[in-house]
Design a protein around this ligand. Structure first.
Ligand code: ADP
Length: 493
């Protein structure tokens, strides 16, 4: 059985029974979602050649939002042809400065329609509106602005290198940061002079399709950006298309491996941003309250739907009890529910399938004999939900410590020495991100050099910036996105 926290014993401040915020729902009046969306190919919205559509639903109430075109091989072929024509005819011939101007225009239009994007992201994906509004959409604009700036400065990024675009980039993205992942993919590809065929995830296609409307309004030459919707088969069709020069994929490690095998022996360039199992390491000289907030931010906000989520907590023994108590207090105060409410901390799990995955992991944890605690929360009748969950008494070999769960589930382990925690932190198949909390700069440098992760945060967690590269080691992927490093995979020298 999953245990609920014992309120009397565990909770110093019981927010759940004392008071609560009045509802503060974000309005949807200014948002227009069409009943049906087609592919965006060659600058126009075109019906799928197979004639099929699928539903995209709101995971917070299970209501259908729109029908979306199901892409088949012929649609992908049309999109790749449009991208190739646009590359040969317009984009590769245009001056870098003019390419940059188009990207700046997209960035500004995203800012102008920021609320609309935030609301659609939340309706389609289930993440809290506060997150979409304050994190996702501002970062989307920031990535477009940042890469727009590089468009006419590539010779300074790679002095003496004479960089050239690759041609057509096939880009496949997941459902956890739908619009932000589209920005991470499209902005550097365009800035380096490539054209694009992008496929959003099947559960969150709507913001990419809204972005297509902006791209149309921005008057980008037809075919520079093409968006084909669909599921795994549509993605595979992009990966296997012979006229695609580069694949950029963000998603699960399993699919990443399939893609790597499919393109082995071809000339296609590849970047993979895959799973993670970040260690969040708290030393006994850390600022405790700040660290607790960092732990919460690292795993619970955005429902743990973050590949770099701080899903493994390591606490030095001297502060283990106080951290645990404060963490439980804070977990109890998290508001789980309607993602459109501005007070909500934890929204809906993105899909029924993902909720099933999380629940299966909790069962595995119980069978392994772990102690699993969940906060008590009033959940809506419909939709997919998971209350914040803490897994204690867990061993290093537990599947909950080793495998990516992609939900609001935090394992907690203790350690005595830096050597011990390093050993444990590095003992997973992943190497995407991690965090270290300490008062000592020397300890920060020691740990961040030795934890085998592409991204390390010190005394903070889950902070993003367009100028910083992001990417992993081991089964977390290949290549870097973001920053100057993010230009490189789209260029040949
Ligand atoms: P998750 O488990 O996070 O849903 P997936 O790796 O299954 O991640 O999905 C990420 C993206 O990859 C989605 O857009 C999905 O449609 C796409 N996808 C799934 N299977 C394949 C495949 N075999 N080839 C290419 N893309 C795929």
């Amino acid at each position: 059985m999953l245990k609920e926290f014992d309120l009397k014993k565990d909770i110093k401040l019981d927010f759940t029974s004392g008071w609560s915020y009045d509802p503060a729902p974000e309005s949807t009046d200014h948002v227009h979602i069409k009943d049906q969306y087609d592919h965006f190919i060659g600058g126009k919205f075109v019906a799928p050649q197979g004639g099929q559509y699928f539903d995209t639903t709101n995971p917070a109430n299970e209501k259908k939002l729109a029908s979306v075109a199901m892409g088949c091989d012929k649609d992908v072929d049309a999109a790749v042809k449009a991208a190739r024509t646009a590359y040969d005819k317009y984009w590769s011939k245009m001056s870098p400065r003019d390419r940059g101007r188009y990207i700046y225009r997209i960035a500004r239009m995203i800012q102008e329609r920021a609320r609309e994007f935030a609301v659609i992201e939340t309706l389609d994906g289930g993440k809290p509106i506060r997150e979409s509004r304050d994190v996702d959409v501002p970062l989307v604009a920031a990535y477009f602005f940042y890469y727009a700036g590089w468009a006419d400065k590539l010779q300074y990024a790679f002095p003496g290198g004479n960089p050239k675009p690759l041609g057509v980039a096939g880009q496949i993205i997941p459902w956890n940061f739908p619009l932000l992942m589209a920005a991470w993919k499209i902005a550097p590809a365009l800035a380096t002079g490539n054209t694009v065929v992008l496929k959003p995830a099947e559960t969150t296609p709507l913001t990419s399709l809204k972005l297509a409307e902006i791209i149309q309004e921005a008057d980008l030459p037809p075919g520079v950006v093409n968006i084909v919707t669909g599921a795994g088969d549509t993605g595979a069709s992009i990966v296997n298309h012979p006229n695609v020069d580069k694949i950029a994929f963000t998603g699960s490690t399993n699919v990443g491996k399939i893609i790597q095998k499919s393109i082995a022996g071809t000339n296609k360039k590849l970047t993979l941003e895959l799973g993670g199992k970040a260690a969040n390491i708290i030393f006994d000289d850390a600022t405790i309250d700040q660290a607790v907030e960092g732990i919460i931010n690292g795993i619970f906000f955005n429902q743990g739907h973050v590949c770099c989520a701080g899903s493994r907590l390591f606490v030095q023994e001297g502060v283990a009890d106080i951290i645990r108590d404060k963490l439980i207090d804070r977990m109890q105060s998290l508001i789980v529910g309607d993602p459109m409410d501005k007070n909500t901390d934890i929204g809906a799990i993105n899909s029924k399938e993902q909720l099933g995955t999380i629940q299966r992991y909790l069962e595995i944890g119980l069978n392994e004999g772990n102690e699993i605690y969940q906060t008590k929360c009033d959940l809506p009748d419909k939709g997919y939900w998971c209350c914040p969950t803490l897994v204690a008494n867990v061993s290093q070999s537990s599947r909950l410590v080793q495998e990516e769960i992609f939900g609001p589930v935090l394992t907690i382990q203790t350690f005595r020495t830096p050597e011990e925690v390093l050993e444990k932190a590095n003992n997973t198949p992943y190497g995407l991100s991690g965090g270290v909390w300490t008062d000592k700069g020397s300890k920060i440098f020691n740990m961040t050099n030795k934890v085998r992760a592409g991204v390390m945060w010190a005394n903070t967690f889950n902070k993003f910036d367009p100028t910083s590269p992001f990417g992993g080691y081991k089964e977390s992927g290949l290549g870097r996105e973001g920053g100057l490093h993010g230009l490189y995979p789209y260029l040949k020298f």
